[in-house]
Write a protein that binds this ligand. Structure first.
Ligand code: HEC
Length: 153
């Protein structure tokens, strides 16, 4: 009798657990603005800390200077990547390209790429992962906007 009861309890617990798992799965599926899988975001975060944080700030908050103001050389400083910046305005493809090939504001007074090219340093998958990490720094509205930009291309 005691045995039957404990088996019943285990079965009951399994049903509760399964329901809970299915429930949480459904919640994820209905939140399309979420960035990529957790493992990819984690990898992207590690890459970010190694290769990007020195210029764009440890949490993507920038370096505290006025990033919209050209410096004495006539160059724009690194922008923040979080929700105070404008990184979220670019499609995935544009972000990959800026990271792969580097970037400079066309109105900079110098010719050098102030945003270095990473194509010799990071593989395509690593660039994708770091972009998925950047998406975690934006708010819901920005993620929705960026998804639409990505679909347009
Ligand atoms: C040596 C400093 C430096 C490093 C390191 C660096 N960046 Fe940049 N990045 C810049 C600068 C400066 C700009 C702004 C260029 C401009 O608009 O003139 C920029 C711009 C960008 C942009 C365009 C942002 C926007 O909001 O329009 C992206 C995306 C970006 N960086 C991502 C990265 C990523 C990802 C890494 C690491 C893999 C990285 N950067 C490493 C300096 C750096």
């Amino acid at each position: 009798m005691a045995k039957a009861l404990s088996l019943g309890t285990i079965a009951g617990a399994a049903v509760v657990l399964t329901t809970a798992l299915l429930g949480s799965g459904a919640t994820f599926a209905s939140a399309p603005q979420l960035p990529g899988p957790k493992s990819e975001v984690k990898r992207g975060n590690a890459i970010y800390r190694n290769y990007c944080a020195a210029c764009h700030g440890p949490q993507g908050e920038g370096l505290g200077e006025n990033w919209k103001q050209r410096n004495t050389q006539g160059e724009l400083p690194p922008p923040p990547h979080d929700d105070t910046g404008h990184t979220w305005r670019h499609s995935d493809e544009m972000l990959y390209r800026m990271i792969r090939e580097g970037w400079r504001d066309p109105f900079n007074k110098t010719e050098r790429l102030t945003m270095p090219a990473f194509e010799q340093i990071l593989e395509a998958k690593e660039i994708e992962a770091v972009v998925e990490y950047l998406k975690t720094l934006w708010n819901e509205d920005q993620r929705t906007y960026q998804r639409k930009q990505t679909k347009k291309e």
